[in-house]
Design a protein around this ligand. Structure first.
Ligand code: GTP
Length: 169
């Protein structure tokens, strides 16, 4: 029998950075140009097969709109991993991502592993300085990943890297 470990993963970030889109790409390999903002949250499961064990991820999408902020705690409670996403065209969303990182460090699981994710890299005009993001990630012990939910670039890799970085205890 191949052992299975399960982890809860939460996805956080400002509204419209592409949280739901990244998850749709990972879950169903599809992308939608038009998509409604998330209300509350949704979740799905995905299993990653390693050579000698399986990692079952229970992944929670959250609503980025500020009026839902207070709900987020419920979703990151008990999460061993978090994807904190920003939009490379939107400097404010990078600032918001840093706030999520601070909140997770203060109020999340003490060992939560965090991946900072730069999404929408298919678009031109990257307004967030990549080197600054890498530096921030290093200083704060975050993984740094680049994705496009539209093309699919980097998406699976972001989840697998995050899952593998979670200690087995
Ligand atoms: P909330 O539910 O409000 O928190 O938003 P969200 O972060 O889940 O964003 P959502 O996935 O709804 O995407 C917002 C918009 O950005 C949609 O129009 C998507 O099609 C678009 N989008 C998401 N990811 C990408 C991407 O990688 N590239 C491009 N070009 N557009 C993207």
């Amino acid at each position: 029998v191949i052992p299975t470990i399960s982890f809860k993963i939460v996805v956080l970030g400002e509204s419209a950075v592409g949280k739901t889109s990244v998850l749709n790409r990972y879950a169903t390999n599809k992308f939608y140009q038009k998509i409604e903002p998330t209300i509350g949250s949704t979740n799905f499961q995905k299993t990653i097969n390693q050579l000698d064990y399986k990692i079952k991820l229970l992944i929670w999408d959250t609503a980025g709109q500020e009026r839902f902020h207070s709900l987020a705690q419920m979703y990151y409670r008990g999460a061993k991993g978090a994807l904190v996403i920003y939009d490379v065209q939107n400097v404010d969303s990078f600032e918001r991502a840093k706030e999520w990182v601070e909140e997770l460090r203060k109020q999340g699981d003490p060992n939560v592993q965090i991946a900072l994710v730069a999404n929408k890299i298919d678009l031109p005009d990257h307004m967030v300085d990549k080197n600054e993001a890498i530096k921030y990630a290093k200083e704060n012990q975050l993984l740094f990943k680049e994705t496009s939910a539209k093309t699919g670039e980097g998406v699976t890799e972001a989840f697998i890297s995050l899952a593998k970085s979670i200690p087995l205890e």
